[in-house]
Design a protein around this ligand. Structure first.
Ligand code: SAH
Ligand code: SF4
Length: 392
């Protein structure tokens, strides 16, 4: 939505627009960036801190999109803002609601690209699964997103925008004057949608800073989980610069199998990855690393695998999240049987690690883990290409 406040005479005498290309979208700017932009737009420096605080609250606490509605700002100042800035979110193209209440949004971003966002309501929480890239440069052989050829990094604004548009749809912005409601529909965020978040590090970091900021959306860092396929050089940085929880797509217990499932393993193998995880700053029992493990029939689901996994985890405060494989058209794998999954979970659990089995959600609308793939790039990989990637 674009602000529509009229441009008054005053504005014409103000500094020219900041960017050649027109007004700046303020969604996704960090506090520092927004402060600089406000000053460049003509805000006197001594007022910048206060204006920044006011604007930030309107946008991120109250969810207001129209500068004209920011009533504690002088009329002229609102006009200045409207002349230099817009408050733009990605556009929701379609919204599907699953029989189990899961919502999937197909979202269009600049350039006509599309990404998917999923909201998963549960009894004790509501999790929003957001995307960090259009497609993914990695080609994990069990992941639908990995078959999408076209890839582009999302901007910080496009990442924050996913959270905001979901709050719009769920009606979650606070209402002025109403009693404070502490229950959150979106209580948790997982960076587990499309893309490898650590390959878009800066934008993901900036976006999460905005989402965590106490004067706005204010989601605590322990309510956000970033999942990586194992981009080892960025892992330590993640702890210090973002500080949210870490999940790792582990999925195999030998390099031979992991090479096939998660090809980034050829670059940073299991030993290297584990070393980085053991050295992870801030690792503790209260902030364990989640090891994600997709259960693929006959590929990685044996009892031997479970025992090997336990050995590998030694010395790392960890929990293991077992994900029954979610099928997609042309997928070269099948889901392990319930018995296998339970037997596997049991071995891990008896060794002292939590080993929950993730319930697939939103399968009827292709919203489950690893099923996301937008039609941005319609040319799909052929079955032969998918099979070749999987080493079949
Ligand atoms: N790129 C990041 C985050 C997105 S994927 C990563 O790979 O970690 C989120 C989780 O879903 C990852 O653990 C991923 O391996 C898993 N996943 C991908 N495809 C899946 C599928 N078809 N069924 C079940 N889980 C899948
Ligand atoms: Fe990319 Fe993650 Fe899918 Fe692998 S599992 S292709 S890293 S989105």
């Amino acid at each position: 939505m674009t602000a529509t406040a009229p441009i008054t005479q005053d504005v014409l005498t103000l500094p020219r627009k900041l960017a050649e290309g027109g007004p700046i979208n303020l969604i996704g700017l960090t506090r520092d960036q927004l402060r600089d932009a406000l000053i460049a737009a003509g805000t006197p420096e001594r007022q910048a801190k206060m204006r920044l605080g006011q604007l930030w609250q309107w946008v991120y606490h109250w969810g207001v999109r129209d500068f004209a509605a920011m009533t504690n700002l002088a009329k002229e100042y609102r006009a200045l803002l409207a002349a230099h800035f817009v408050i733009d979110l990605p556009e929701v193209v379609t919204r599907q609601i699953s029989a189990d209440g899961t919502r999937k949004y197909l979202v269009r971003i600049a350039g006509g690209h599309e990404v998917e966002v999923v909201y998963i309501p549960e009894t004790d929480r509501g999790t929003l699964c957001i995307s960090s890239q259009v497609g993914c440069t990695l080609t994990c052989s069990f992941c639908h997103t990995g078959t999408q050829k076209l890839v582009r990094n999302l901007t910080a604004g496009e990442i924050v925008g996913q959270v905001m548009l979901a709050r719009d749809d769920l009606g979650e912005w606070p209402v002025q004057g109403a009693p404070k409601d502490e229950t959150r529909l979106i209580s948790n965020i997982v960076l587990m949608g499309m893309g490898e978040p650590l390959y878009n590090f800066d934008n993901v970091r900036d976006a999460m800073k905005v989402v965590m900021d106490n004067e706005g959306i204010a989601l605590g860092r322990r309510r956000i989980t970033l999942s990586t396929s194992g981009v080892v050089p960025e892992i330590a940085r993640m702890a210090t610069e973002i500080g949210c929880l870490l999940a790792v797509s582990f999925h195999a217990t030998t390099d031979e199998v992991r090479d096939r499932l998660v090809p980034i393993n050829k670059r940073w193998n299991i030993a290297t990855l584990l070393e980085a995880l053991k050295a992870y700053p801030g690792l503790s029992n209260s902030e364990r690393i989640t090891f994600e493990y997709v259960m693929l029939d006959g590929v990685n689901d044996s009892k031997e695998d479970a025992h090997r996994l336990v050995d590998l985890l030694k010395g790392i405060p960890a929990k293991v999240n077992l994900i029954p494989f979610n099928e997609w058209p042309g997928a070269p794998y099948r889901r392990s049987s319930g018995n296998r999954i339970h037997a596997f979970a049991d071995i891990i659990y008896k060794a002292g690690y939590a080993s929950p089995i993730r319930t697939p959600r939103g399968e009827d609308i292709m919203a489950a883990c690893g099923q996301l793939k937008s039609a941005t790039e319609r040319a799909r990989k052929s079955r032969a290409e998918i099979a070749a990637d999987a080493g079949l």
